[in-house]
Design a protein around this ligand. Structure first.
Ligand code: BES
Ligand code: ZN
Length: 465
């Protein structure tokens, strides 16, 4: 066991926790030429066409990659194959999560209106009706406030409520508390009404109608007609799905193993309805290219290249991954470089983000590398991506991105034609040079026991996303 490992272990035991101070070497001026030679060795191997090829496979070949879908798994398999082709050890790590499944069968029939087809949208997290539906009298309850229900008997009835003033959740909860069997909320403006009620609480089947549909019902009721409706919501519910992380490991050289672990991460899922070219096929493309280049280099640091599933549902893959790290592994983990949205022509300048808005070993390394191979970088305070669970586990982490954000963020228009090869190439240059500076076996390990030369301090910027 080398000195560094001993220090980690005694530090872990003494502190009883995994977070500990780290110092980063800023290359002394006399070593500058040597560092640049090391940078060049890596940076010149970067092939922007290869990065673009991965973005094409993921965003055009596969397309939308929503968490837990077959497409997300196909993306994970593609990534695993690429890592394997670089000679890395690959593990596909499955994890389960619960999510709401939309109803398969949603309908509203009105006894008194036969010539018109109602096209309701069921609210997200709405409970189902029985298979035969709920058939009952329709009662109007204004905006659905508590006073709208006071003195009104809606027990077992279907309540018609207009949109406005209260949240949908409050309207639906008031109706359910008053004893309604189902709730119809109609729009107060043109267009369909599609939203959600909370995932837990006391609710009954809740549907959204257009303004025109709602007004048609209200007109009948205003005329004093009794209106009877049948509402069906079938097949909705909480389901368990599986997503996957892909973990590719490059071991440290046996005779030069400092015990350090570095992470290079990106999420491979997209939001539903978007091919996620920038968010985040671009991050995966850069991750793969750095893995390809560094896989053939000797390092004194273990590098784990990871792509995470289900980021868009709440960083689920990265939270799962950090939960599988032992305390000993976490203590040896010296930094996490996360890529998220690194390829849009329509985004701003390169930036680094930390969860707490403080600089750390990753931003310092990124800033130093930026100075050498690209240009000075700034950093800001943003979580919202896979660096967050690492930060919470006490591992210094930063997301590399471009800000301000592109207008196509989370839209169906986040497509390959908006992708800039140059932005991805610059990102690959900066982070590969930074990772290699820490990991190459010619540099000493990061040792907090030694005085740290002053790192490059990037200026903080509160740039809006
Ligand atoms: N890529 C985004 C967020 C992001 C924006 C990261 C700018 C770095 C710079 C990410 O995929 C996302 O959409 N995250 C969610 C939050 C998450 C906890 C579900 C978001 O920002 O809404
Ligand atoms: Zn993202």
């Amino acid at each position: 066991m080398n000195k560094w490992k001993k220090a980690v272990l005694s530090g872990t035991l003494a502190a009883g926790m995994v977070m500990m101070p780290l110092a980063i070497y800023q290359t002394p001026i006399k070593g500058q030429a040597a560092t640049q030679a090391f940078d060049n060795k890596i940076v010149k191997k970067i092939d922007a066409e290869k990065i673009y090829g991965h973005v094409f496979e993921l965003s055009v070949g596969i397309g939308e990659r929503a968490a837990g879908t077959d497409a997300e798994k196909r993306a994970a398999d593609y990534i695993a194959d690429q890592y394997r082709s670089y000679g890395l050890d690959v593990d596909i790590q499955p994890f389960k999560f619960q999510t709401y499944k939309e109803a398969e069968d949603v309908s509203l029939e009105i006894n008194e209106i036969t010539g018109k087809k109602f096209e309701p949208h069921v609210f997200g997290y709405s409970p189902n009706t029985p298979d035969e539906g709920v058939t009952s009298e329709v009662v109007y309850a204004g905006l659905g406030t508590a006073s709208d229900f006071a003195g009104k008997d809606v027990t077992g009835k279907i309540v018609l409520i207009q949109r406005g003033e209260l949240t949908f959740a409050d309207k639906a909860a008031n109706a359910a508390a008053a004893g309604a069997k189902a709730v119809l909320i109609y729009n107060n403006t043109a267009g369909t009404l599609k939203s959600s009620i909370p995932s837990s609480g006391n609710y009954v089947p809740t549907l959204g109608l257009t303004q025109e549909e709602g007004v048609a019902l209200k007109t009948l009721l205003d005329e004093g007609q009794a209106v009877t409706a049948t509402v069906k919501v079938i097949g909705a519910g909480i389901v368990t799905k599986t997503s996957h992380n892909v973990i590719a490991t490059k071991k440290a050289h046996t005779n030069h193993d400092t015990g350090q672990i570095l992470y290079v991460g990106s999420h491979h899922d997209s939001v539903p309805g978007s091919p996620g070219a920038s968010d985040n096929a671009s991050g995966v493309g850069v991750n793969l290219e750095i893995a390809r280049i560094l896989s053939s280099q000797q390092t004194d640091t273990e590098i784990r290249f990871i792509t995470f599933g289900a980021e868009e549902l709440g960083l689920l893959g990265s939270y799962h991954y950090v939960s599988t790290l032992t305390a000993e592994e976490a203590a040896r983990s010296v930094g996490m470089f996360n890529f998220d949205m690194v390829g849009s022509k329509n985004a701003g300048d390169m930036i680094m983000f930390t969860v707490d808005g403080k600089r750390n070993v990753v931003t310092n390394t990124g800033a130093s590398a930026g100075m050498r191979v690209f240009k000075p970088l700034t950093y800001g305070k943003v979580g919202r991506s896979d660096h967050q669970p690492f930060h919470e586990r006490g591992i210094q982490a930063a997301a590399f991105s471009y800000a301000p954000l592109e207008p196509e963020y989370h839209q169906p228009t986040d497509t390959i034609d908006k992708i800039s090869k140059e932005k991805m190439e610059n990102m690959a240059k900066v982070v590969s040079a930074g990772v290699y500076q820490i990991a190459r076996k010619d540099t000493p390990a990061l040792e907090w026991a030694k005085p740290a030369p002053k790192p490059v301090e990037p200026p903080f910027e509160n740039r809006p996303l």
